[in-house]
Design a protein around this ligand. Sequence first.
Ligand code: ZN
Length: 133
Amino acid sequence: MKKKRTISISHPQLVRFRNALREVISTAELVEEERLLDEENGLDHIYSETDGKQVKELLDKQDKLATAWNKSLCVCSLCGSRTSNMTFNPYMEEWFCVDCYEKNQEFYKTEARNGQIWNSENYTRTPSTEWWP
Ligand SMILES: [Zn+2]
């Protein structure tokens, strides 16, 4: 997804349904995270070369799982809200609740106006709000 996008739901039944789905996904993520940790804890980290390889694979899986969760539509990357309407930040490729997005967008606009933020592609110090479009 390349564009900024806000997904808003206001109908109370749909909001409850969305929040329940997010809770199911959150629970599934936690269960998988615990399973990976249990599997890792059962291995001998230091003395076994085979186990060391498995530990690395498990750590990679844990990292991918955490990254997928943190970048998902289910949770705000800043405040952790799981019950809010969300806005996608195409620059960071993450979802933020509408409140966090608007607060940060205003912050970055102000900083850019004050010359504190510059374009990251050519480092010309051109004021830019590209991080929070
Ligand atoms: Zn938030």
